[in-house]
Design a protein around this ligand. Sequence first.
Ligand code: ADP
Ligand code: GLC
Length: 474
Amino acid sequence: MSRILMVTSEAAPFAKTGGLADVLGALPPALVKLGEEVSVVMPRYGSVRIDGAERLAPEMPLSLGPRTFTAAIDQVEREGVRYLFVDCPPLYGRSGIYGEWGAEYLDNHIRFGALNLAALEIARKISPADIFHAHDWPAGLLAPYLRELYADDPALAGAKCVMTIHNLGYQGNFPGYLLPDLGLSSAVFTPRGLEFWGNINFLKAGIVWSDEITTVSPTYAQEIQTPQYGHGLDGVLRDRAAHITGILNGVDYAEWDPENDPHLQNHFSARNLSGKRFAKQALLREMKLPPNEKRPLIGIVSRFAGQKGFDLVAGIAPELAELDLAVAVLGSGEPLYEQMFRTLAEKYPQKFAVQIGYDEGLAHRIEAAADMFLMPSQYEPCGLSQMYSLRYGTVPIVRATGGLDDTVDESTGFKFSAYTPEALLDAIRLALTAWQDRKLWLERMRRGMAKDFSWEAAAAGYQRLYRNLVGPQV
Ligand code: ADP
Ligand code: GLC
């Protein structure tokens, strides 16, 4: 048994913008089931609801460069995991996680710098750790803080750091002149350290100082070491190639189970699919699409970001509108894509229904109702939605990249390689042709539904990694 202390900016059900939160809601309990002891440190944002939390520390001072903050530490226990919230209203008592109204908070370097400091103070005083496990750029300073600021602290001696990259596209870059705000000396501000084209790069810091680096699928672990997918950090990653592992995310089948999904009125399974028909009828009504069940329904549930490949959809919109299908879209994010989908719905109301916003229930209803699920991502570290789709008998159409490539194969879905509108259109046409043969289609659905991406396997992968670092602690 090792004592693992994870640091994150998001964890479901407390705060979520994407898959990172899903992982932090499910991986820690899966590790606990394997016998590890896991704490998760995250900010207490204004939106976090944790009634009945236990206050472990009323006043923990956090000295970050020239500023000192005082935080309280609150604990909620969930499935054997200690979720520890850093309650510091001047930093986190706002409605957003990273920003509001499309603008990032200007003090994010301080907000997340302080989070990492808090995690180390928690390890010193409240919840000792053998391994610190940092997730994405908000936790990138954990390793350099441990090695540079706490190098001589006996309470932290021997502790190891693991950094998991959920998305290399978000690195946490801040102007170099802000370095003093973070309490780090200029000695770390070099190309071999955390400097990146004149900026402080949080993710690079995590990559450079951590003992081991993981990412969320085997294919993405290779891709990030190439210029095409490296977002400028491929060289830094190649330098650390011997310490990079890809561990495929799992699915929380307690949350995503068509036989037992509280968001659905009718349930279904591979043996009895009638509930899926009802789900489709209900969704067509809900999203005001024509009640034509014979047409295949394509679902999209996504953050709207460049990464997700929706410019390819824009490129083939007129062709899509000619085809015999309907598309149900749920998402929010960059205004460009929100507008693009709104326009499609206005122009082709018989074909496109679009809901802009974040809606957990609707996400489940689309997964259940759709016949196909579209993820034409430019890059996709893992992707969870295509795995949900497989379980819901919703055949994924994906670009062969990252975790999409690792989880969908020709027997369960449709894949295309070139990042072009034509290649996407070909894949959709192929799927529409395949849909005509009901018997083969049902077989395809059932093969997908039988796939098992449970967290157990992923958690075992992390456990192996931890053990390689610190041995099997008893
Ligand atoms: P990413 O983390 O890059 O956004 P993933 O596929 O790993 O991509 O995870 C996305 C998660 O966020 C899924 O659980 C998906 O259902 C959810 N999600 C994305 N957009 C929305 C939305 N608008 N409403 C509800 N859930 C959403
Ligand atoms: C990121 C990635 C996504 C991955 C998720 C959880 O947000 O974009 O592909 O599934 O993190 O690891």
